[in-house]
Write a protein that binds this ligand. Structure first.
Ligand SMILES: CC(=O)N[C@H]1[C@@H](OP(=O)(O)OP(=O)(O)OC[C@H]2O[C@@H](n3ccc(=O)[nH]c3=O)[C@H](O)[C@@H]2O)O[C@H](CO)[C@@H](O)[C@@H]1O
Length: 501
């Protein structure tokens, strides 16, 4: 750790010494913690960051305008998908995926460093309980899907495989996530195969290019975006760990999608068979302003244009048949080969674009009180995980059905979409459909069979509550032998123990 004098000189050299203005008022303990934080800032990098943020925020034309005339949608024939591809190919890809999993070549990586500001809970989103009958949290559902996909691969290939789970956290999420996993005995996964690591934090900057002081002894810091992954892979030697384990393919996903298929054998197999180094799952966009990025081409290169950077007029463009032109919605499920990640880590991660987010950042006033601003006052710079697609030699996109694979938790209840209520409904609706496909019969409160049709896309809750543990079925398979012609009363919970009993 540097001394106060050394830190002062460093900060003065880059015009940021204002952060020390409350120094005389700090206690010895506060001083120690603050010095430790400030010692970590690297002057040249700090200067670049602050200047870059202020310049980027003041540029007259936004990203939206710069993209004008340069975007093209994906060619339909470029996209594989559950509806687009023939059943033979789908089966072949799924088998390929299971084979790779059985050979220990597949890992999953969870992006869990975000602050989940829109949901507004003070703990990591993965710990959120969406009030399913089982009371499972997002983390538990994900852990159980990993266990099940391992089991399925083992059954098919007579193996005893492992799908390691890498979890990228940040200063906000590491400690509570670790604690939660320990309290829950890692959901019966082997702790040596659950590997948490931390992404970096960077200072939030005011419009004048000055670092924002959040408390008298704390600068406002934020994670460097989910594209901070590539630097975090290097910082934490994650690729070396993958290499040691023989992992060649990585499924990267974001924390909040309750329907996520971890290590999806179909998607993995598709990407492997196509010889891809990089891939993205997409769903058809629901409406023009839906907050999802669109996978497309910019200057002929495959990329995601984030929803915050897409001009409304472009988002609203439609084909003669009514379909949105930019229709391939990014669901933050990506495939990467380990070789590709090495290439990015060694050659490109420094070049990743910095995206500007103008936010309300709490700050200290002249009296030293923390103020929550009512209007945006600061700039946060973020890298995006998908910005590496441009470095790919072979990029592929795979379309999946929204009702089967995408229902994210973004907002608190009360918002119209992507809330605890909507994600719970999506999961229960899927399980209800699976049970019907397995020829189960649900009974109403008078014990009469429910015969009403239930359409997946409708907004209502399914006519009966049915939750199926991921430990019983990964994606609807294997249910007929358990449920065929069974008469089920709502709420029905199919879990590991009532299957075995
Ligand atoms: C940049 C990015 O990927 N955007 C995608 C993200 O948007 P969206 O804006 O919803 O992204 P979030 O802020 O929810 O972040 C996505 C994931 O990245 C993680 N995270 C975020 C910031 C950070 O510094 N560290 C970190 O690990 C979050 O914990 C989360 O798991 O999901 C949407 C689908 O739901 C996609 O359509 C968007 O294209």
């Amino acid at each position: 750790m540097l001394s106060f004098e050394e830190v002062k000189v460093k900060l003065e050299s880059v015009g940021q010494s204002h952060v020390l203005r409350f120094w005389p008022e700090l206690s010895a303990e506060e001083r120690g913690a603050f010095l430790a934080e400030l010692s970590q800032l690297e002057p040249a990098e700090l200067e670049r960051h602050c200047r870059g943020a202020a310049e980027a925020a003041s540029r007259s034309s936004g990203e939206e305008e710069r993209l004008r005339g340069r975007m093209e949608p994906l060619e339909p024939e470029f996209i594989g998908g559950v509806r687009r591809s023939d059943p033979g190919s789908l089966q072949e890809w799924e088998e390929e995926g299971f084979s790779q999993i059985a050979q220990n070549k597949v890992a999953v990586l969870l992006l869990a460093g975000g602050q989940g500001t829109r949901l507004g809970v003070p703990y990591p989103k993965g710990m959120y309980d969406v009030r399913l009958p089982s009371g499972k949290t997002l983390y538990q559902i994900q852990a159980e899907r990993i266990r099940k996909v391992q089991e399925l691969a083992n059954e098919k290939h007579g193996s005893k495989c492992t799908v390691p789970w890498y979890i990228m956290t940040s200063e906000f999420t590491l400690e509570p996530t670790e604690k939660f996993f320990k309290q829950n005995s890692y959901f019966d996964l082997d702790p040596s195969n659950v590997l948490m690591f931390e992404q970096r934090m960077i200072p939030a900057v005011g419009f004048d290019g000055k670092i924002i002081l959040e408390k008298k002894n704390k600068i406002a810091m934020a994670p460097d975006g989910n594209g901070g992954l590539y630097r975090a892979l290097v910082d934490n030697k994650v690729l070396e760990d993958m290499e040691r384990r023989g992992v060649q393919y990585l499924h990267v996903y974001c924390v909040d999608n309750i329907l996520v298929k971890l290590a999806d054998p179909l998607f993995i197999g598709f990407c492997v068979k196509k010889g891809a180094d990089c891939g993205a799952k997409v769903v058809e966009k629901a409406y023009p302003s839906e907050p999802v990025g669109v996978v497309c081409r910019v200057d002929g290169v495959y990329q995601v244009v984030e929803y915050s950077e897409l001009e409304p007029e472009i988002a609203e463009q439609r084909l003669p048949a009514g379909e949105l032109v930019y229709n391939a919605g990014n669901i933050c499920n990506h495939f990467f080969t380990r070789d590709f990640l090495w290439k990015v880590a060694l050659n490109f991660q420094e070049q990743l674009k910095q995206h500007v987010a103008i936010k309300k950042v709490p700050f200290v006033d002249e009296e030293g009180n923390t103020v929550k601003p009512t209007k945006p006052n600061g700039i946060k710079m973020e890298k995006f995980v998908f910005d590496v697609f441009q470095f790919s030699k072979k990029f592929v996109a795979f379309e999946v059905l929204r009702e089967d694979e995408f229902s994210p938790l973004k907002n608190a209840d009360g918002a119209p979409v992507d809330t605890p209520t909507t994600v719970r409904r999506s999961l229960l609706a899927q399980h209800y459909r699976w049970a019907l496909q397995a020829k189960a019969v649900f009974l109403d409160e008078h014990d009469n069979p429910i015969t009403s049709e239930y359409r997946a896309a409708q907004d209502d809750d399914p006519p009966a509550v049915c939750e199926i543990s991921p430990l019983v079925s990964y994606f609807g398979e294997g249910l007929e032998k358990l449920l065929k012609h069974r008469k089920l009363k709502s709420p029905f919970l199919l879990n590991d123990s009532n299957v075995k009993s």
